[in-house]
Design a protein around this ligand. Structure first.
Ligand code: EPS
Length: 379
């Protein structure tokens, strides 16, 4: 069983991830992890913190001569802004943040909650996901995340091949797939910033190269759609998750939702075993299992809760009505969310891959993967 936990406060010394159950024999290159960390720091609308940090991973345990040992992996993304011990508490909880709920729950300070609730923690979640992607790459599985809506404005992907889409996304200031929309979206973010406001949006992640049968129909807590929904919903500021057509499926007739099944002998040696679907409204998942099609998942991110022009709140010391506290923050972190969700989804897919093909060593996993494809092709 592959899983991970994280530790670390936003302005503490460091962020840590402990990954347990990662197979032996996987070559880990820190550079692609650092590329993801840098992408997470970017995107138009980010705040001053990202000018302080230069996120990079230190692999502290579980790797010998660049190859995983099968023992737990320990990852670290150190903070540069480590002023926590000198920081004051806040007295006026910010609506939308964990400030009020957390202070009441822990009978403690707002600072003690916000430091851990902060999306700063996603840096090390991205690092964990980026490690998992190096396992997925061994099986030809790739994840690709991008922004499809920002501040209520859709960004429709242009119709070009996948390689081209990757280039477009990597050159886009808002991590969208239509270069002609970038300026309008940037202007929207600027306008929100001028008003002391913030913007949310919708990100989409697509995973290609998946074999049949990751996840299972057999038990509710092992269904891959459920696992993914939890992992994605558990990213800071995410308020909704959709798979495939998502909520739109509820508005259509069955004949307009379900993906017909066809067979193409020439694709028999692909992970889809030759079963092709003219549409992919299921988003690659049926009954909690991958069905050989690309996995497509979307997440709705609410606007950042810290507002330069704050909403009404209560001073917890006096119980008087006052404006909420303000601390340095971002106007928009939707592009960053696309990187976070991409990596979080990749980690869950890696968990399901390890569940299906055994997780002791890459060599054994690969042998079982090939054996499974052979057996399924003979069905
Ligand atoms: C973040 C770091 C934080 C914020 C943001 C995300 O840095 P600081 O609080 O020092 O400015 O920029 O955090 C939040 C949006 C939040 O709600 O806490 C990061 O590295 O992603």
């Amino acid at each position: 069983m592959l899983r991970y936990w994280t530790a670390g406060e936003s302005h503490g010394k460091t962020l840590l991830a402990l990954i347990d159950g990662f197979p032996a024999g996987v070559t880990i290159d820190p550079e692609p992890i650092n590329v993801e960390l840098r992408r997470r720091q970017g995107g138009y609308g980010r705040g001053g913190r990202q000018r302080i940090e230069t996120d990079a991973v230190n692999i502290l345990a579980g790797v010998w001569k660049g190859v995983t040992l099968g023992s737990p992996l320990a990852l670290e993304v150190p903070n540069r802004d480590t002023k926590l011990e000198r920081m004051e508490d806040l007295s006026r909880p910010r609506p939308g943040h964990g400030d009020l709920a957390g202070a009441m729950k822990y009978l403690g300070s707002i600072r003690g909650v916000l430091e851990r609730a902060s999306a700063r923690e996603t840096a090390v979640r991205v690092a964990a996901g980026a490690v998992a992607r190096q396992l997925l790459a061994e099986f030809g599985i790739t994840a690709f995340g991008y922004v499809v809506e920002l501040g209520g404005e859709p960004i429709e992907p242009v119709d070009v091949p996948m390689q081209e889409l990757r280039r477009i996304r990597d050159e886009s200031a808002v991590y969208g797939l239509d270069p002609d929309r970038d300026d309008a979206i940037k202007a929207l973010i600027d306008a929100a910033g001028k008003d002391g406001d913030t913007l949310g949006g919708i990100v989409e992640v697509r995973v290609d190269g998946l074999p049949f049968g990751l996840g299972t129909h057999a038990q509710w807590d092992r269904k891959l759609d459920g696992r993914l929904a939890q992992a994605v919903m558990a990213v800071q500021a995410i308020k909704g998750v959709e798979i495939g057509l998502g909520f739109e499926a509820a508005r259509r007739r069955g004949s307009q939702v379900h993906d017909p099944i066809q067979y193409d002998e020439s694709q028999r040696h692909s992970p889809n075993l030759g079963f092709v679907r003219p549409t992919n409204n299921a988003g690659g998942l049926e009954a909690g299992m991958t069905n050989g099609q690309p996995l497509v998942i979307r997440a709705a991110k609410k606007p950042i809760s810290t507002l330069a022009r704050p909403l009404e709140s209560i001073n917890l010391d006096t119980k008087e009505r006052e404006a909420a506290s303000y601390e340095r923050s971002d106007i928009c972190a939707v592009p960053a969310a696309s990187v976070i969700i991409e990596n979080v989804v990749a980690f869950e897919v890696a968990c399901a891959l390890v569940d299906k093909f055994g997780g002791d060593s890459l060599t054994e996993m690969k042998a079982r993967y090939e054996l499974y494809l052979d057996m399924a092709r003979e069905m």
